[in-house]
Design a binder for this molecule. Structure first.
Ligand code: NAI
Ligand SMILES: O=C(O)/C=C/C=C(\O)C(=O)O
Length: 487
């Protein structure tokens, strides 16, 4: 009997095996920990049909108050099964337990609660006007769900980023078909059990496993029964999905890559700035789209800052999820490790000074086969260097000095991406001017990855299309209809 963990598709309320499987390996030691059942065209089509049926059934007729109650129940059930979600996320990603237990899993639950509350409380607009014949007309707006929403997810924050889209989509009355990353199938599958337990009707939340091209991802995005697609991941993948969505002129919401700058002024609270950049460069092993792989530090504190960040990086304990005190887990896969290490090599070939790291740490026993890399800091490269231009998605950053505010703005903006920036200064004027001048969707002042779920989240330029978060999510997940009544 095969006792290996099986990750099944979740279609119309049932867990579905397909007979075509691929291996899921643990990032901490590269051992096979499960078999993922890949959905083919038939399974994806079945999910779309079930989703369409659910829109016409009990779910489509359900009051917003009842929907909100059910989504609160989903959040409560995630919290009740917190440890199972945590273990599933740790096995899939290898990230430190402290990180997943403070960020990934709590946000998985919070993403349902916030949007359940928002949809109940956000009004739509209404206008009264005088008509040409001297009469009166009243307009009011009404929101209806988009329909079947395809949710294509990455592997870096699997539960958090998936529920960030599923929460508002369901709150607005849509049905969702989730295509988790092939690297992280576990928590999306587990959420299927939660949906059944709390009584979410069949076909409302569904999961199809597989890859992108010629697999579940492409089958889902090309299916004309899918009314809109929301995606987080690489910019090039976004382009492929956008091409698929063009057929039928279906809307997309994209949160894509970044090459974010961290800017530290000489007047910043030094210790806080060093701690902040340590997080923004190395948290989640650098696998956060908001991370700062380009750091610019004002010249009077440059040397001191580089030395302090070096000390922080070298103090990070590299290791597997469950080891106490671990600050840096592995990268997600052997493939991704090869990509990150190729950038480590490129940096040296292009003439970087390696302040720290640049290679693979020595790991004991089975963990020697894990996808661990050293946290790495470079200086001395021209702005044209590959590691300054291209998204690496690893625990690394290049630090360069700057002299003036204008120079810092020019450096921060010299990228095709426009997702996020973090600015460290105690001067309110500098902070406001920088926030206004940097072309990104998200600016953090004296902070990083500090989230208020009511705010707009997303990127400018090649970093995305649209904003999600708070009422902004309603813009994507609903159609706004205007009704004008001539009195
Ligand atoms: N949040 C972010 O900004 C993320 C960025 N990345 C970056 O992307 C690089 C590649 O990582 P991947 O996991 O391969 O990212 P990806 O963007 O290729 O994959 C993300 C999701 O899209 C799906 N997908 C891929 N091609 C598709 C297609 N043609 N149609 C429909 N779905 C498709 C994948 O199966 C996965 O579920 C990383 O090295 C990193 O630099 C990766 C993950 C998250
Ligand atoms: O929604 C959040 O709080 C975090 C978002 C992070 C990403 O989108 C990412 O790292 O890909």
């Amino acid at each position: 009997m095969n006792t290996m963990k099986q990750f099944l598709n979740f279609i119309n309320g049932e867990f579905v095996a397909t007979g075509k499987t691929f291996e899921k390996r643990a990032p901490v030691n590269n051992q096979v920990i499960g078999q993922v059942h890949e959905a083919g065209q038939a399974e994806v089509d079945a999910a779309v049909a079930a989703g369409r049926a659910a829109l016409k059934g009990e779910w489509g007729k359900m009051s917003v108050v009842r929907r909100a109650e059910l989504l609160h129940a989903v959040a409560d059930e995630i919290n009740r099964r917190f440890d199972e979600f945590l273990e599933a996320e740790l096995a899939d990603t290898g990230k430190p337990r402290s990180l997943a237990s403070h960020i990934d899993i709590p946000r998985g639950a919070a993403n349902f609660k916030i949007f359940a509350d928002i949809v109940k409380n956000v009004p739509t607009e209404s206008f009264q006007m005088t008509t040409p014949d001297g009469g009166t007309a009243i307009s009011y707006a009404a929101r209806s769900p988009l329909g079947v929403v395809g949710v294509i997810c990455p592997w870096n924050l699997p539960l958090l980023l998936m529920t960030w889209k599923v929460g508002p989509a369901l709150a607005c009355g849509n049905v969702v078909i989730v295509k988790p990353s092939e690297e992280t199938p576990a928590t999306a599958t587990l959420l299927g059990e939660v949906m059944n337990t709390v009584g979410i009707p069949k076909g409302v939340y569904q999961v199809v496993h597989g890859f992108g091209p010629n697999s579940a991802g492409e089958f889902l995005t090309k299916n004309p029964g899918v009314n809109g697609i929301t995606f987080t991941g690489e910019t090039r993948t976004g382009e492929a999905i956008m091409a698929a969505a063009a057929k039928g002129v279906r809307p997309v919401s994209f949160e894509l890559g970044g090459k974010n700058a961290g800017v530290v002024f000489a007047d910043a609270d030094f210790e806080k700035a060093v701690a902040g950049i340590t997080r923004s460069a190395f948290e989640n092993c650098g696998q956060v789209c908001l991370g700062t792989e380009r750091v610019y530090v004002q010249r009077p504190i440059f040397d001191k800052f580089v030395a302090a960040l070096k000390a922080k990086a070298e103090a990070l304990k590299v290791g597997p999820s469950h080891e106490p005190g671990v600050g840096l887990g592995p990268l997600i896969s052997a493939e991704h490790k090869a990509k990150v290490l190729s950038y480590y090599a490129k940096a040296q070939a292009e003439g970087a000074t390696v302040v720290t790291g640049g290679g693979v740490p020595e790991m004991p026993g089975e963990f020697a086969n894990g996808h661990f890399v050293q946290p790495t800091i470079w200086t001395g490269l021209p702005e044209t260097a590959s590691v300054i231009r291209e998204e690496i998605f690893g625990p690394c950053c290049h630090i360069a000095p700057f002299d003036t505010e204008e120079e810092a703005v020019a450096l921060a903006n010299a990228t095709d991406y426009g997702l996020a920036t973090t600015v460290w200064t105690q001067d309110l004027g500098t902070a406001h001017r920088m926030a206004s001048a940097i072309d990104v969707g998200l600016v953090w002042i004296n902070s990083w990855f500090l989230r208020d779920l009511r705010t707009a989240f997303g990127g400018a330029k090649a970093s995305g299309i649209g904003r999600e978060g708070g009422v902004h999510s309603l813009e994507f997940y609903t159609e706004l209809k205007n009704v004008m009544i001539k009195l």
